[in-house]
Ligand binder design. Structure first.
Ligand code: ZN
Length: 137
């Protein structure tokens, strides 16, 4: 059902500052920046072998990531698994009564359909399912 760890999301106060470590020290390649207005975050994706690192910086105080930073500080925010047919995966999870944050897939960064499961579903880890949108590269 899961084909890979698509990316690991890390909440940061400043992408600019965090990039110093990922680019200068770890020598990861920056894939690009994007703003996800619905989540009020700016993201930067870095290529890390067969997965990616997604740095998340809030653009507003009411962003879910801003709330995360207040509560927990900087750190790992979520793990995203790449799946096929995200709609049916979510439906299977609804049927077994798994707590979900997103009942339906929505638009995420990098032309992906995404959905978050509730941390209660997975040992207090926020899990994202993501699937590349059809017809987009
Ligand atoms: Zn993500």
């Amino acid at each position: 059902m899961v084909n890979k760890v698509d990316h690991i999301g890390i909440a940061v106060h400043s992408i600019e500052k965090a990039l110093t470590f990922y680019i200068d020290i770890l020598k990861l390649d920056l894939l690009g920046y994007e703003e996800v207005t619905t989540q009020r975050v700016k993201v930067a994706f870095l290529h890390a072998g067969n997965t990616k690192i997604e740095l998340l910086e809030p653009t507003s105080e009411d962003s879910p990531v801003a709330k995360f930073l207040v509560k927990k500080g900087e750190g790992i925010h979520h793990i995203a698994f790449g799946v096929e047919n995200i709609e049916s995966r979510l439906q299977e999870m609804r049927e077994v009564g798994l707590p979900l944050i997103d009942e339906k897939p929505r638009d995420g960064a990098a032309a992906m359909s995404i959905a978050f499961l509730h941390p209660k579903a997975a040992n207090n880890v926020l899990i994202e399912l993501c699937e590349k949108k059809r017809g987009e590269s």
